[in-house]
Ligand binder design. Structure first.
Ligand code: UDX
Length: 457
């Protein structure tokens, strides 16, 4: 790593959503610890406070999107507006940064993989570009099968075939295929086709995963894409916890979670959180509340403002419910939690999750078994892998109903089946730890990434 002494600057450009910002900032911390200086270009939509990350240089671009939440009925529409509005200000900002000769030379650009303009901007400025794919390798690899899945009639999804297993892709069912609904299926298919072209012409791909977890999907990706592929996850475990510096959370994390968990018995608490975007119906919300109350287990529940359609926060609960039910005695409700700390807490027994990729990986890394309630896109596939491939969690079968919830909690927390699931997730956790140690697959992949970046002239 002698060459690092010369100093190299990297420019990172995250997609402004929590599930994408976290892994990009984690990657920034990893590369910073390896001696790179980090410049982050961020838009004024869902932006981070630069003073929380004094070791990075921030540049803000105005993309003309005033609304700051992430709730939208059509995420693809929001994404295409983000792409359309970001191109020009991003290009201008990048050109200005590159022309500043008073700073160290820029090694390369690392952007979220879903920016559809970043490759041509990078090429026009003769800057190498590496992509960060923030989801699982499996949900990326499956895109390569989309033409065949369309030919065989599995896609677009038809309601009558949702429960059907996809031939050749067992145990995936049609409903698990990672599709984002929009005004029609073509918009998403075009996005995926474009992503494939962009990836092929990029200078490399980084994934937040590890070989032992997704060996098969990583092999598929390496076969299809003629570029270097680096799997160096789990990112958040790549540096010591006390080096994780400040959080990249867009919402304030309620630290009362930790003091409340400190009062609970070891391995007794169900942690419930559905990430930063998922929204549920009021009926589902009430079933969850009743299911938790009836389970009589202690729980920590993140109810993000906007989680329940049509409600600001808890209004959907019947009046007096919180005070009179076991919810009050057994539960602790917050708007946003320090999730990684919560999952690492000895009191947490189970994570009831929507299976966003970050949440899934964070749970595996702490050896916490999952109750899976995927809501959209890649979450369905992540959940299928959790329940049927790695077998480290259970899906809420037969829907979000209080009786099913109670049963699933009991299967996981009380019955022998749950014991086996816990043992498997602990073994997976050990593999996650091992891959980061000297000689482990992610350790080697990080070394290879650094050499690759330093090879750019
Ligand atoms: C989105 C998609 O939903 C997901 O499927 C995709 O893989 C990434 O983008 P999100 O829904 O927010 O992400 O889920 P997830 O990927 O789990 O990311 C959420 C992040 O927020 C995690 O890093 C988690 O630790 C953090 N979080 C969540 C908190 O810090 N506090 C909370 O209370 C809840």
């Amino acid at each position: 790593m002698e060459q690092l002494k010369k100093g190299r600057r990297l420019i990172l450009f995250p997609l402004p959503f929590q599930g994408h910002i976290n892994p990009m900032l984690e990657l920034a911390n990893i590369l910073h610890l390896k001696g790179f200086s980090i410049t982050i270009i961020q838009s004024n939509f869902n932006s981070l406070n630069p003073s929380c990350h004094p070791h990075f240089i921030f540049h803000s671009i105005d993309i003309g999107l005033a609304e700051s939440g992430t709730s939208t009925k059509d995420p693809l529409l929001l994404l295409s507006r983000l792409n359309a509005n970001s191109r020009e200000p991003f290009q201008e900002c990048l050109a200005t940064l590159l022309s500043d000769v008073s700073k160290e030379p820029v090694g390369c650009l690392i952007t979220d993989s879903v920016y559809d303009f970043a490759q041509s901007v990078a090429e026009s400025l003769k800057l190498p570009r590496i992509l960060l794919r923030t989801g699982s390798a499996s949900s990326f690899a499956i895109y390569t099968a989309f033409p065949l899945l369309r030919e065989k009639g599995y896609l677009p999804k038809q309601d009558s075939r949702l429960e059907e297993e996809v031939t050749g892709l067992s145990p995936l069912k049609v409903k698990d295929l990672p599709i984002i609904n929009s005004d029609g299926p073509e918009r998403f298919f075009n996005l995926i086709a474009d992503l494939e072209i962009q990836t092929k012409t990029s200078d490399g791909l980084i994934l937040n995963t590890f070989e032992d977890l997704e060996e098969h999907a990583l092999a598929t990706i390496r076969q299809v894409y003629p570029i270097p592929v680096f799997s160096l996850g789990p990112f958040h475990k790549c540096y010591p916890a006390n080096c994780s510096l400040t959080s990249s959370s867009l919402l304030a994390q309620d630290q009362s979670c930790i003091s409340w968990l400190n009062t609970q018995a070891p391995k007794s608490v169900i942690y419930v959180s559905f990430g930063s975007i998922a929204a549920i119906k009021e009926t589902q919300f009430l079933e969850i509340a009743w299911g938790l109350a009836n389970s009589k287990m202690p729980f920590l529940w993140v109810i993000r403002p906007g989680l329940v359609h049509g409600s600001d926060w808890l209004e959907a609960l019947p009046s007096g419910f919180l005070e009179t039910s076991t919810l009050n005695v057994k539960g602790h409700i917050v708007k946003w939690a320090p999730q990684k700390e919560v999952l690492a807490h000895q009191a947490v027994a189970v994570f009831w999750t929507h299976n966003g990729w970050n949440s899934t990986l964070e749970s595996i890394c702490e050896g916490v078994p999952m109750i899976c309630m995927p809501c959209s896109s890649d979450q369905m596939m992540n959940a299928r892998y959790v329940s049927d491939v790695w077998k480290v969690g259970l899906q809420l079968q037969h829907g979000v109903e209080r009786v099913n919830i109670e049963n699933t909690i009991r299967r996981l927390m009380v019955e022998k089946e749950g014991e086996e699931i816990k043992n498997r997730v602990l073994r997976l956790m050990q593999k996650a730890n091992f891959c980061l140690k000297q000689g482990g697959s992610s350790y080697r992949s990080l070394d290879a990434l650094i050499k690759h970046i330093l090879s750019f002239k």
